[in-house]
Design a binder for this molecule. Structure first.
Ligand code: CU
Length: 508
């Protein structure tokens, strides 16, 4: 075969995933119209068929046997079936695979998207649709209206008057009124600044902490997963919305457009020169050490087993994105420069990589709150008592800060967060200054002792260095405690009280 022909075939096989806001995100956008038709075909199949919509949702996660958010209580549409079930061995092979609070979060979800996209394209071609159909993405961080869900998903009918398979009843949005949008400032693309993929010390890294096969809980989420991923889930689903829980999220067709955008961000992070892990237990996945494999059904129902290694190189995959993520935010070293400048230290241009190695430090606990905490109602205020000796190390490091003595970074850790209602967002502030927002996506799964994972709850780590720097600059760092306020987006009633095991401050 000639080189030219080979290249031609390559180009022909190149599927382009496009922005769902094309044609204003309406059904004039053929990618959305054909998506709806493909979803309808998959929804027409039974739960125990590997090529059904319901089976695919269960691959991510399912709450078929009760629990606090059982599939039985999800209002129609979609009409979620609970039978017939596939055999136990098929369930154990395929279901409840999604990787959260894990360094496998990006590659597992990439394989998942490739699988469902392949199924949908096959159905779309069979219906007479475009042979090069590809999954569109929802870029909620894009300019203009794009923070709003593409309107096609809120229509009750398709242009031909038939019901719209993209419409979901239990999709409530940030104001619990079915208006689905991402409020300005709630999410950022700051994760794209991360310099390392794998979590280290208090820093969760871009892709998360090293784990085995991990369905969620215990570790803090990687930066891409925490913000925007987890926040978008909760903001779209709202209270008791299907998008708010890992065990129901993939029932909502907007799920795949959300994850397509997350996948695009990962692709762009790599395109910016950032490297994926080279450790074999990441590259080869958990199956290489005897744990569950990453496996998806092919359209002919045969299994497709994949590894993270096969997901790392966009050039070897059969799709690409039409637009790159515009990274207007400062890159990591610029953030470093900004911080140093704020502290009165000039950073010469150039010599930056040598400085980075100096940033890596061992971490030390410098303050811990007393006992457990209950979050109920509108606010939880906790005073975190500082250890006088170790806390002084932070002010010492700030006072003697120079390019040779990079000052400490300071983190707030919130551990063993347990509860039953995932559809909420917590705003964290320290001494009255905002430290950021965290989503409770995955709370229920991480809390239930008899669930798929052990019940240690969720862990959150918030970088509060900028707040500590300000206190230092205002000569207010000599304190015996820090005041941490946690404010939920929606008041928490008694029934859904959130418990917190420990709050602590770390320097690194
Ligand atoms: Cu997700």
């Amino acid at each position: 075969m000639s080189v030219i022909l080979k290249n031609y075939i390559k180009i022909m096989a190149d599927y382009v995933r496009k922005n769902a806001w094309g044609d204003n995100g309406t059904f004039n956008n053929p990618d959305l119209l054909w998506y709806a038709k493909g979803v309808r075909v998959m929804q027409s199949r039974a739960l125990n068929e590997e090529n059904s919509w319901w089976f695919f949702a269960a691959i991510h996660g399912e709450y078929l046997d009760g629990g606090r958010f059982p599939w039985a209580e999800i209002p129609s549409p979609p009409p979620v079936p609970r039978s017939p079930r596939p055999s136990q061995s098929v369930q154990e092979k395929y279901w409840n695979q999604c990787q959260h609070q894990s360094w496998y979060f990006p590659p597992w979800h990439r394989g998942y998207l490739i699988a469902i996209e392949t199924h949908l394209r096959k159905e779309i071609i069979a219906l007479g649709g475009p042979t090069d159909w590809a999954l569109p993405y929802w870029n909620y961080l894009g300019p203009g209206n794009q923070n709003r869900m593409p309107p096609a998903f809120a229509e009750h009918t398709l242009p031909d008057g038939t019901s719209n398979p993209l419409f979901v009843e239990a999709r409530y949005g940030p104001d619990q009124d079915r208006n689905i949008y991402i409020p300005e400032g709630d999410i950022t693309n700051k994760c794209q600044d991360a310099e390392f993929y794998t979590g280290d010390g208090m820093d969760a890294g871009y892709g998360g902490f090293e784990t085995g096969f991990w369905h969620g809980g215990k570790y803090s989420s990687g930066k891409l997963e925490a913000n925007p991923h987890n926040l978008v889930h909760t903001l779209v689903g709202g209270s008791r919305g299907v998008m708010s829980y890992p065990g129901s999220a993939a029932l909502d067709p907007i799920f795949y457009l959300h994850h397509c955008n997350i996948d695009r961000m990962w692709a762009d992070w790599n395109a910016d020169g950032n490297k994926n892990p080279t450790k074999l237990n990441w590259l080869n996945g958990p199956a290489a050490v005897g744990e569950r494999e990453f496996v998806m059904p092919n359209p002919d129902k045969s299994p497709w087993v994949f590894t993270p290694r096969e997901m790392t190189n966009m050039a070897e995959l059969d799709y690409r994105y039409d637009e790159r993520e515009a990274t207007s935010v400062a890159k990591g070293f610029d953030a470093f420069t900004l911080r140093m400048n704020k502290l009165g230290i000039a950073v010469p241009e150039g010599d930056l990589p040598t400085m980075r190695s100096k940033i890596e430090k061992a971490s030390e606990v410098v303050g811990v709150s007393k006992g457990k905490h209950q979050l109920v109602g509108n606010k939880l205020a906790v005073s975190v008592k500082m250890d006088t000796t170790s806390w002084k190390n932070v002010s010492k490091s700030l006072r003697s800060a120079s390019l040779a003595n990079i000052p400490d970074q300071v983190f707030l850790e919130i551990e063993n967060v347990k509860g039953t209602e995932d559809g909420n967002i917590l705003t964290i502030s320290v001494n009255g200054k905002s430290a950021g927002k965290i989503s409770l996506f995955g709370l229920l799964d991480a809390s239930e002792r008899d669930g798929h994972h052990g019940g240690s709850g969720l862990t959150f780590v918030v970088n509060i260095t900028h707040i500590i720097d300000d206190l230092h600059l205002n000569n207010n760092l000599d304190v015996s405690s820090l005041d941490v306020d946690i404010t939920p987006m929606r008041a928490i009633n008694e029934e859904h009280t959130i418990s917190i095991g420990r709050m602590s401050i770390h320097r690194e």
